[in-house]
Design a protein around this ligand. Structure first.
Ligand SMILES: Cc1ncc(COP(=O)(O)O)c(C=O)c1O
Length: 514
């Protein structure tokens, strides 16, 4: 039984075959594939150095299969999505510039159109729909987290890549959300947060940092910390402004700065301790610097910025009139060192935006409740951006967030204790397996040097780890402006239950070979 495949838009041979997973025998698809002489018209195909991601789409009838894979070239670093109509399924495979090895196969692929004829036809009239993206984003690609998760799923790997817990958030918070929905708290919330949540955030911040803030004028509730970062950057950074970031960095900083037209200045933190090179910072910070982004505890290194480092950064910021945007989503996962909010240092509150969210602290990463705390003159810009980005955040979840933030101190103590136990299992396991493990003082990540295992780079090692060992991790080069600086490192997360962590360690002990 041949599947009819009419719409692969590619000049490349390897895309011409596929197999059906739900079929007893893999079925070779009959493609009129190569026909598609894909698109001299597409800007992507002319992009010989593969800076742009691309897509090819495949359409099949009947819609009875549930998985399609390119048989010859398993789609590493390709993400896929599907859609269906009453009579057809569409699978879209995306490739990205992070897959240089695949580039030759996909260089000619382009966004497919499907035939604009009835379904049961073999000839197709193909329209060209090249991928489109605004210049401000053209150097970006689908996130490595999605790519690794997809590849990991395909190979049944244990996912120690993407940083989300595989256990649920606390019952009392979930109950509060359900109750709020039942109580009819379901219409638009006030744009910058329901009053009780702003108050609860202010109370929590006072407990944590000692700072007293005005819940009405200095707190904005956002769609996760991600939107707090977006609103802060878009609301306070002008095109051409210099902004300093530390590599490795959480990937959205670079993309959002790029959207704002900022000029990125980069400082690399180096193993083993990823200390801030203060002299280097002095050499690039100036009156032209608008802001510096800090993330403590830090993703991906697990570093916690020390008081000495923060004091040095603070005095340089004051001297040069620089703003500080600080991402503190892992503040409750500070294990070996004290977490210090830069805003709490003398003279810093007036120049600092402190950003945080519920996701990591309450194992509810899907809720996306976050906030930005800043003095009124900085809140003004970020709130304006927020009003036009999302305007208001999920009302019942905000009510539940109040319950979360008012959790007794014992909740935070247990959270830390549990995460320290998880960290111990993973770190000891990784050391026993033969990795060089760098100390992680906070967050739920740990970085290791994979080079003892002899692979070409971090991406190649992660592919091997997924396919041959059955464990997914994240290549770290994507967290650097210059990827080569991170290609000896990979990141594991210990945000998983202990059984899962032990199982991953066992797999590595059994199968990972030097
Ligand atoms: C450093 C850092 N900041 C922000 C976020 C995103 O937070 P949220 O899910 O609240 O948007 C993450 C998520 O992984 C992160 O690691």
């Amino acid at each position: 039984m041949a599947q009819r495949c009419y719409g692969v838009r590619s000049t490349c041979g390897p895309l011409t075959k596929g197999t059906r997973r739900d079929s007893p025998d893999p079925v070779t698809l009959e493609p009129q594939v190569a026909l598609a002489s894909a698109s001299a018209a597409s800007p992507n195909t002319q992009n010989s150095d593969m800076q742009l991601p691309g897509t090819c789409a495949v359409r099949f009838t009947p819609p009875s299969f549930n998985f399609f894979t390119f048989s010859n070239h398993s789609p590493s670093f390709i993400s896929s999505s599907s859609s269906s109509s009453s009579s057809s399924y569409y699978y879209y495979y995306y490739y990205s510039a992070s897959a240089p090895k695949l580039a030759p196969f996909f260089a000619a692929a382009t966004m497919s159109t499907v035939p604009n004829t009835v379904d049961d036809v073999t000839t197709t009239q193909i329209k060209h729909h090249p991928l489109q993206v605004a210049k401000r984003l053209e150097n970006f690609k689908t996130t490595i987290f999605t790519q690794m998760t997809l590849l990991g799923n395909k190979y049944g790997a244990i996912n120690l890549g993407q940083g989300f817990p595989n256990f649920d958030g606390p019952e009392f918070v979930k109950e509060a959300a359900i109750q709020a929905i039942r109580d009819g708290k379901n219409q638009y919330a006030r744009g910058y947060g329901i009053p009780d949540l702003n108050t609860a955030i202010a109370e929590r911040f006072k407990k944590d940092s000692g700072l007293v803030v005005d819940p009405e004028k200095e707190i904005t509730v956002t769609c996760g910390c991600t939107e707090a970062i977006a609103a802060t950057i878009l609301g306070l950074i002008n095109p051409g402004d210099e902004v300093i970031i530390f590599s490795p960095f959480f990937d959205c900083y670079e993309a959002l700065l790029s959207m704002a037209g900022a000029k990125i200045k980069n400082i690399t933190l180096r193993p083993p301790d990823f200390a801030v090179p203060i002299e280097e910072l002095k050499s690039i910070i100036s009156k032209n610097t608008r802001a510096i982004i800090i993330n403590t505890p830090h993703n991906p290194t697990g570093k916690i910025f020390t008081r000495e480092e923060l004091n040095s950064i603070a005095s340089l910021c004051i001297e040069n009139d620089v703003l500080v945007f600080t991402d503190e989503v892992y503040d409750k996962l500070a294990f070996d060192k004290e977490h210090i909010s830069p805003a709490s240092l003398p003279g810093m509150f007036e120049r600092t935006v402190t950003m945080n969210s519920l996701g990591k602290t309450f194992s509810l990463t899907g809720w996306k409740i976050g906030w930005a705390i800043a003095p009124p003159h900085l809140t003004w810009g970020l709130r304006l951006a927020h009003s036009y980005l999302t305007f208001a955040i999920s009302t019942p979840m905000q009510w539940a967030a109040i319950a979360a933030l008012r959790a007794p101190d014992s909740y935070y103590v247990e959270l830390r204790r549990d995460y320290m136990a998880k960290r111990a299992i993973l770190v000891e396991g990784l050391e026993a397996v033969g990795f060089k493990v760098f100390p992680s003082s906070g967050s739920f990540f740990v970085l290791v040097d994979h080079t003892p295992f002899g692979h070409e780079n971090d991406v190649a090692f992660c592919e091997y780890l997924i396919k041959e060992v059955g464990v997914a991790a994240i290549p770290t080069s994507i967290f650097y402006l210059n990827p080569e600086k991170g290609n000896n490192l990979i990141r594991f997360t210990f945000s998983k239950d202990e059984e899962t962590l032990r199982a991953a360690v066992e797999r590595m002990k059994k199968k990972l070979r030097k």
